[in-house]
Design a binder for this molecule. Sequence first.
Ligand code: CA
Length: 376
Amino acid sequence: MVAFSKPAQNFSFQQSSTVWARGEWSAVSVANFFRIPVLLGLITLGLFINGTLMLIGTKIFRLMKTGMALLFFTTLAAAQPFTIAHRGASGYVPEHTREAKVMAHAMGAEFIEQDVVLSKDDVPVVLHDIHLETTSDVAMRFPGRKRADGRYYALDFTLLELRQLSMHERTDHKTGKPVYPNRFPATMGGFRILTLDEELEVIAGLNRSTGRVAGIYPEIKQPTWHRKEGRDISSVVLRVLAKHGYTTKEHACYLQCFEYGELKRLRHELGWKGRLIFLAGNKTKIDLAELAKVVDGIGPSIGAIVSGTQVTDLTARAHAFGLEVHPHTLRVDDLPKGIQTSDELMRLLVDEAKVDALFTDFPDVTVNGLKKAARP
Ligand code: CA
């Protein structure tokens, strides 16, 4: 019973329970017993004070965030057009890796893009394709897990399995050769897959540590296909966005999709109040009046805006309906036919077509080029 002679030094729930188990009541154990409610009372009071402070803190934090968002979009409006890092700084580092996103942020991209697909356990991961074999070693690591069409689907792998993959520079699905031979060597891997949650955390961290806010630009990939597989990718993505504070048009976020039906669903059925972009690809005959009821802008391919060395009237027509125009994608190693330099392309897009933003694999080239080409 030596321990009980110095209760101040020896008080613990473990010691009391030992006493109780042994059925030995002592003055000290009784004193310990009465200390529990006092301790619990103190803990409750502490939690109450802490909770109140947190509530006040959260309110201030929210106000600061709104202020930052307003400042962000005001700055953007004054400095348009802006750069969207396509899959990160994907011209330099394999697409959608953490390294590509950090590099894009460091290069000054105003927005950083995330393509999103679901894993088997419903985790949104940042991948351009629903397939895995063109950007990872899945065929080697999980032989026998392909579908009848010979392809490996992210949806057939749990996050734990996806985390085992080594990600690399994009290769052609049929030939296995790098799509862009002068970029990061496709034989070098060691890169890892990111969940949407992890990526948004990286960007939030960089926004804070650098003091420069980069927005996010998530794309919901193939929602109809996901639905056929029994999944609702849009609802899952919205939950992650809400968790990171992206819910309204004040927040630095554009949500994009190729499927207009899904954009309507996001707006009307799922209640998304943030910005929406309809990815138009090469389509030029699009119902802009109809689109303007739902979305904030369109993402056409550069080919729909620049034809040879002339610009089309698509941007002007979209602007007439109040729609922003964010064409994709500037690649210095894959310029459109007839265009000699990226500066020439940016001059056409910005000075002549007057686009509002530009997707790029080379954020540094675009950040600098857009400054030079910026409209007066
Ligand atoms: Ca995309």
